[in-house]
Design a protein around this ligand. Sequence first.
Ligand SMILES: Cc1ncc(COP(=O)(O)O)c(C=O)c1O
Length: 463
Amino acid sequence: MPLDHSALLSDAARKRPKSVIRELLVMEKRPGMISMLAGKPNPEGFPFSSITMDIKLTGQSEPVKLTMDSDLLNESLQYSLTPGINALLDAYARIIARVHGRTIDDGSAAGDFALSSGVGSQDLITKAFGVVLNPGETVLTEAPLYTGVLPSLTALEANVVGVDTDKEGLSARALEAKLASWKTDPATASLPFPKILYTVPAGSNPAGTTASVERKREVLAIVRRYGILLFEDDPYYYLAFDGLGEDPVSRPRIPSYFALEREGDDYGYVIRFESLSKIISAGLRLGFVYGPRTIVRTIDVVTASTNLHPSGISQAATATLLDYWGVDGFLRHVDSVSAMYKERRDMFASYAEKHLGSGGGQQPLAKWVLPVAGMFFWFKLHLPPTENAPEGDSSDLMLKKAADGGVLLVPGAAFFPTPGPVPYARASFSLIEPADVDEGLRRLRAVIEEAWHSAGYDSIPPI
Ligand SMILES: Cc1ncc(COP(=O)(O)O)c(C=O)c1O
C-alpha cells in the first residue's frame, strides 16, 4: 500500500509558510523574464573573478588544473536555488541513476522522486526528522545508533526506541518482533506506532556493521508491510571493502535500500541521505537527500527559511569536479579512497588482534566484528561486572582511566537511545598511524587489566 506522505508531515512542517521570494526565484530562469525579486547583492562587488583548483588524481603525480566555468562561478557567488545549483544536482543525479538504477523524472514510478543538497547530510537528516515528527511521536533506530541524531530527536521530543543489532547491523527479526508486539509489549504499548525507522546500513557508526542485500530485503519488506518511512543514512556506502580491486566502474556493490525499492511496485518508503564528507571532503559541507517528493520539497521549505542553500562555492567546485570525472571517474575515485581505508582497517585489525584478541598468545580482552566498510571498530570490552552492569561499564573506564592512561575511545553508552551501562567502546581507524595504534591498544589493554585488578580479581576470568 503506498504511503501518504502528506499525511506523514509534522504539524510544524505544515505550519511553516513557504518563502514567497524563494518560490518565485525559480521563474527567474524563464527566458525573457525581468526580475526585481530577490535582494541579491550586485556581483560587481564580489572580488572573485575566477577559481582554479588543483586536483589530485589517483595514480598521477601531477595535479590537474580545473577552472570553474564562468557562468557556474557567477551562479555560485550569488544566492541560488534552494535544492542546489542545477549543475551539481544534474551531476549527482547521473551518479544516482548509475549506482542505484533510478533516474529522476524518467516517467517511471521509480523515477518519481526528488533530490536536494544540504550543508552535509547532518543538515538534511535533522530537517527530515523535523518535517515528519511531532512531539511525542516515535522513531525506531538500530541500537547502537549514530549519536549525532540524538540531540535533534531529543529536542523534537521524539520517543527513540532501539532495535537490537547483530553482525549485519539492524536485525530484521528484532524489528519484526518489536513491531508485531508494539501494542501488547508494556515497553511500547503506550507509545505511538513508529513513523520512521532510521538506519546506517553500511560501515555503521559506531558498530562498523554492514547489512547484506538479504538483510536489506527483509527490512524493506517489513517497513512496507507496516507503513513506516525508512531513513537510509549512508555516508559510508562508497567505503565498502568487498569487491575492491575489481573494475570500479562495472563491479557490483551491495544495493542500497533506495535501489531495492525497484523490487516491488510500491515506492516512496525510502528517503536516502548521502554525504560527500568521507569521499571528497568533510569541509565542503555537502550532502544529498533523495526520495519521496513531498518530504524532500518540505525539507526545502525548511532550508528556504533557515540557511537558504549550501555554499555556492562548494557546490560549484563539486559540480566542476564531478563533471570532469564523469560517473566513471567518480567511481574510480571512491574506490581509491575505500582502498586506503581498507588498508588502514587491516593494519588496525592486526594490532587489535595483538593486544585485545589472542594474537599475542595472551588472554582476549575484547570481541568485535571485523568492519567491512567505514572507519570504525566497535569493541565489546571484557570488563569486571558491577552491581548494575553484569557485563561491566565502559563509561567510567573510558572517560577517566583510559584518558589518564593516554588513550581515547568513545564510551559505548553515548550511542544508545536509552542510557545505561554498556561494555562497548568505539575506535576510529581513519587517521591514526600504525605506531600509535600499536601503543594505543597496548595502553587500552593495560587499562582493562588494571580495572580487573582494582575490582579485586587476581586473575581475569575467560571472556
Ligand atoms: C552515520 C552518519 N550520518 C551522518 C553524518 C554527518 O555527515 P556530514 O558530514 O555529511 O554532515 C555522519 C558523520 O560522521 C555519520 O557518521
